[in-house]
Design a protein around this ligand. Structure first.
Ligand code: ADP
Ligand code: ASP
Ligand code: MG
Length: 412
């Protein structure tokens, strides 16, 4: 008998009718002979509503209490789903993160799963239950509720699949697979039948919110077979797999964008050893993830340091830096939240050159100015003015001919 983990996102559990649809899918999988664990997110819009209430109280809220509030949406959806399964004649049991025990670290609002105690789930499965587990949440050693960052129920599902050594982890969402870019921005985007873990990892970390980055890291680390597919229509979706030779033939396989970052510049930084270490050390100490970093020579013995941080951490970062600027003797700190990062991703870049040139030229032809650039083995990212996000995505998607029919690694 095989064990499958199914994950359903917000839209898929967004109404009573949709919850019945999820219940039917779980029951069908059980009837087909599988043991079934279902992880769900909150009903669509619910987590945003909870976050908005917290932010309405104060911009610098206590993160432990934020987790208490925003983890609440999943409690409703697991209970409703278990009731729906039960009403349709199968056995179901729902669990919150602390009950199954998704043990996490204590970095509230972006906790990382350390261990999952799965004994209770296994016992239920052996007794014929469909087990319904709340996504997005965990508990610290001390018993405090944590959340895993927005989109975190993907990670709950993959972590659970790894812990239970599941045969498959199906991520059901509101699109029928992973596309060459966000199909909501570029209708000509094409669904991929397969994608390598590495490309998916870059896509997720560069903004493709179809999977949370951490879920792909875990899938790769524990070789969890993950499929992304639609909860609303039948189809084979997209399978995450190890890279093969056909994939390398494709120069660029996807375009991603992220407009959830902000750009910060520290002006007139003393050009001496240890200054960058001190600035970024302070930010790391506050659990702020700094992304692209560039350093420019400015007048005299001074430099400018520009980097990006998540928009959610922008205010806290500015507050911290206003203090650090004084201690390190820099001139000023400025911020810009109206930026977007656009990235071209492809394992084929390892063995081909010319991608950067093509990318910069395509953007220049549309008169889109590039503010920052960063590259790695399989991606190139640029920061631009946020108002050109959609134009840049479509321009690059067509410049790299992603709308065209391909060999067997991409298709659909
Ligand atoms: P869920 O609530 O099911 O977790 P999400 O909204 O988190 O769903 O993720 C699905 C969304 O991801 C899609 O509706 C789509 O707009 C977006 N998306 C961004 N990039 C891509 C991509 N390359 N392929 C597919 N979907 C993408
Ligand atoms: N409900 C959470 C969120 O909206 C988790 C998730 O959707 O995966 O971020
Ligand atoms: Mg999601």
């Amino acid at each position: 008998m095989s064990l499958i983990v199914q994950k359903f996102g917000g839209t898929s559990v967004g109404s009573i009718e949709r919850i019945r649809n999820v219940a039917a899918r779980a029951i069908a999988a059980q009837k087909a002979g599988h043991q079934v664990v279902v992880t769900v997110s909150a009903m669509s819009g619910e987590t945003n509503r909870l976050v908005a209430m917290v932010e309405a109280l104060t911009p610098s809220y206590n993160k432990r209490e934020y987790d208490v509030v925003v983890s609440a949406g999943e409690q409703i959806s697991i209970g409703l789903l278990a009731i729906a399964i039960d009403a349709m004649g199968a056995k179901a049991r729902s669990y919150l993160g602390w009950q199954v025990r998704f043990l996490t670290d204590n970095i509230h609002s972006k906790a990382r799963i350390q261990e999952i105690e799965s004994d209770r789930i296994r016992k239920d499965l052996d007794e014929g239950y469909i087990v319904v587990v709340a996504g997005f949440q965990g508990v610290t050693d001390a018993g405090d509720v944590t959340t895993l960052g927005r989109g975190g129920s993907d990670t709950s599902a993959v972590a659970l699949a790894a812990a239970l050594k599941a045969d498959l982890c199906d991520i059901y969402t509101d699109v029928d697979g992973v596309y060459t870019t966000d199909p909501r921005i570029e209708p000509k985007a094409r669904k991929m039948d397969r994608i390598s873990y590495d490309e998916m990892l870059e896509m997720a970390s560069l903004g493709a919110k179809v999977l949370q980055t951490r879920s792909v890291e875990l899938a790769k680390k524990y070789s969890v077979p993950v499929r992304v597919l639609s909860s609303l229509e039948e189809g084979t979706g997209t399978l995450l797999t190890v890279e093969d030779q056909t994939m390398e033939k494709v120069l660029v396989s996807a375009i991603a964008y992220n407009n959830n970052e902000a750009k910060i510049t520290i002006i007139g930084v003393p050009d001496s050893p240890g200054v960058a270490a001190s600035i970024f050390g302070t930010l790391a100490g506050a659990n702020i993830n700094v992304d692209m970093i560039i350093q420019n020579v400015s007048a005299g013995q001074l430099t400018d340091l520009t980097f990006t941080v998540p928009k959610a951490d922008f205010k806290q970062t500015m507050d911290i830096l206003k203090q650090s600027v004084k201690t390190i003797g820099a001139r000023d700190v400025t911020g810009d939240t109206n930026i977007a990062k656009i990235s071209a991703i492809g394992v084929g870049m390892r063995s081909h050159s010319g991608v950067a040139q093509k990318m910069f030229k395509a953007l220049a032809d549309e008169r889109i100015n590039i503010q920052m650039i960063s590259t790695s083995e399989i991606k190139i990212s640029v920061v631009i003015d946020e108002k050109y996000t959609e134009l840049a995505v479509r321009t690059l998607h067509s410049a790299f001919e992603l709308d065209k029919e391909r060999g067997d690694s991409v298709g659909g």
